[in-house]
Design a protein around this ligand. Structure first.
Ligand SMILES: Cc1ncc(COP(=O)(O)O)c(C=O)c1O
Length: 442
């Protein structure tokens, strides 16, 4: 194939970017790991910091030219500490995966043993085993054991897990670090119980709040640092509606080793414009987060109920479906038969969701390509100001595609109409511009 001519490709590229923005204005986005940030976060990401280096810690940089960068990073750290009620924060990790790896680097050695959730039970690839190319196994060289899981409760089976830990410890297989948290995470984890047994046998506990950081920050889920964890890692762009990136909060006694795990171990340039934008989102959450987080959870529970009434099998109905932003729905018995078909057909109708493995899918011979479930999250639509009536309407749109076999383009027209009044970001200081407005600088 002939390589594209530079000017043509350049033009095409910007057309695609603008088309993406236009499309986002018309979609219902229910991807649980996504959100929409405010125009203020976007403005902070446009500044000259993106052309600079500031290796190291504010005041101890390896580079000159950092007098404003240092002040911004200190502000970001202070706001993060305040928001998460933590003694120490490090906003430098450039992703959730690298925040996790920084903590694993700070607290473990290759060959150590970690316990976490497996992928089919909601665990993330950054905690997975060597043979799965998981970060913990393949990169940090950890041996990975799994928490026992209760498929009905959609949570760690704490009694069976404690028995497993005692068995492992007795047979000389010491666990060096526990990784709580997950990618499918409807109910608070038993942090206290894990922290107690970690204390008994001498192990670290990290809580991966990649998904739920926005809820933890705003006191709408659980409070891992006070329940006994040594540290907490997270993405800054899921329920926390900031720029893409990562972050670590912890206690003062671990500050030094965590800092070293971030730099020099894993980061050189730490994307300074994102640090500025992280400061913005922390301020937004301090000011508006409590209401936002509450509404995210309420919307998820309302959507769970509405989907059930439309005929969907939403898991954990007996527990009110969820206490976070996320819902897990079994679609294997629907006319579309698997999560991928549902995902594809909904996308044609401007509804963006993702397919998801259910805890029992492997046993049923299903895999990630055509899993039995879908995962929905309510963060982004909440940030646009949606509430109960909109959740009920969204459930109806899903029913028209999944059960009524309606023409997706017809549903897409209705979705576009439905989305029209929801173009501004809520729970933020300045919202003059529309959420997905395409801003030209050229
Ligand atoms: C539990 C968990 N940890 C870590 C990550 C990785 O975060 P990031 O995409 O910011 O690297 C994710 C991403 O979805 C996740 O769900």
């Amino acid at each position: 194939m002939k390589p594209p001519e530079a000017r043509t490709a350049y033009k095409q590229l910007f057309q695609l970017l603008e088309q993406h923005h236009n499309w986002m204005q018309q979609t219902i986005n229910l991807i649980a790991s996504e959100n929409v940030h405010s125009p203020a976060v976007r403005e902070a990401m446009m500044v000259d910091f993106s052309d600079r280096y500031a290796e190291g810690w504010p005041g101890e940089r390896v580079y000159a030219g950092c007098k404003y960068i240092d002040q911004v990073e200190l502000l970001a750290n202070e706001l993060t500490e305040k928001l998460f009620r933590a003694e120490f924060a490090d906003v430098r990790p450039i992703s959730g995966v690298l925040a996790n790896l920084s903590v694993l680097t700070a607290f473990t050695e290759p060959g150590d043993r970690m316990m976490c959730l497996s992928i089919p039970t909601g665990g993330h690839i950054s905690s997975a085993r060597h043979k799965l190319w998981g970060t913990a196994g393949r990169v940090r060289g950890l041996k990975v054991q799994y928490f026992k899981y209760d498929e009905q409760e959609l949570n760690i089976d704490i009694d069976a897990t404690l028995r497993r830990i005692r068995r492992l410890e007795k047979s000389g297989k010491h666990i060096d670090i526990y990784m709580l948290g997950a990618s499918v995470f409807p109910f608070p984890h038993p942090v206290k119980e894990i922290a107690e047994i970690a204390d008994e046998f001498g192990a670290y506990v990290n809580y991966d709040a990649a998904h739920v950081a926005g809820l933890v920050a705003t006191d709408n889920f659980q409070d891992p640092l006070r329940e006994g964890t040594d540290s907490m890692t997270f993405s800054t762009h899921k329920t926390l509606p900031g720029p893409q990136g990562g972050c670590i909060v912890s206690h003062e006694k671990f500050a030094d080793r965590i800092k070293k795990g971030v730099f020099p171990a894993l980061h050189s340039n730490h994307h300074l414009h994102h640090v500025a934008a992280k400061a913005v989102v922390m301020a937004e959450m301090l000011a508006f987060g409590e209401k936002y987080g509450k509404q995210v959870v309420l919307n998820a529970q309302t959507l769970g109920q509405a989907l059930t009434e439309e005929g969907f099998k939403v898991l954990a109905e007996h527990k009110g479906f969820t206490k976070s932003h996320v819902l897990l729905i079994e679609v294997a018995d629907t006319p579309l038969r698997h999560g991928r078909a549902v995902e594809e057909k909904l996308e044609e109708a401007n509804i963006i969701i993702n397919r998801n493995l259910l805890p029992w899918d492997k046993r049923m011979g299903r895999d990630y390509v055509k899993p039995g479930g879908i995962r929905l999250g309510t963060s982004e639509m909440t940030r646009l100001g949606m509430g109960k009536p909109q959740m009920i309407q969204i459930a109806k749109f899903l029913r028209r595609i999944v059960f009524d076999n309606e023409e997706p383009s017809k549903v897409a027209r209705d979705v576009t109409e439905f989305r029209r009044p929801f173009q501004k970001v809520h729970y933020a200081f300045d919202t003059t511009r529309d959420a997905y407005e395409y801003v030209r600088l050229r």
